[in-house]
Write a new protein. Structure first.
Length: 107
């Protein structure tokens, strides 16, 4: 699948957005990544990658409803496209294939 290779942060964001479902927006993605991996990520970096993934056709976004807790601002909700899911599936296949080739420890 030429053109579907993604970097580590792109893969992590795609996986996180898929796991969050309809709650996948910038701040929630940052919180989930930190909770799941312990990794600190900058919200600006997340938004940059989300835009890049959208430009690549791996994600799409829509504006959610305005909430009083956000001062009337709307959240931009992200979801995977079919191409995004196929890219994740391909990355998983590659990792699984390589992982299975690791020889067990002799100890």
């Amino acid at each position: 699948m030429k053109g579907t290779f993604i970097g580590e942060l792109e893969e992590l964001i795609l996986l996180t957005a898929a796991a969050l479902g309809n709650d996948a927006y910038g701040v929630a993605i940052v919180a989930e990544i930190k909770e799941t991996t312990g990794r600190e990520v900058n919200i600006g970096a997340i938004h940059t990658v989300l835009r890049r993934l959208e430009d690549k056709g791996f994600m799409k976004s829509r504006l959610g409803g305005a909430t009083s807790e956000r001062g009337g601002r709307r959240k931009r909700i992200y979801t995977l496209t079919h191409a995004g899911q196929a890219t994740l599936d391909h990355a998983y296949e590659i990792r699984s294939t390589l992982y299975k080739r690791i020889r067990p420890s002799l100890s």
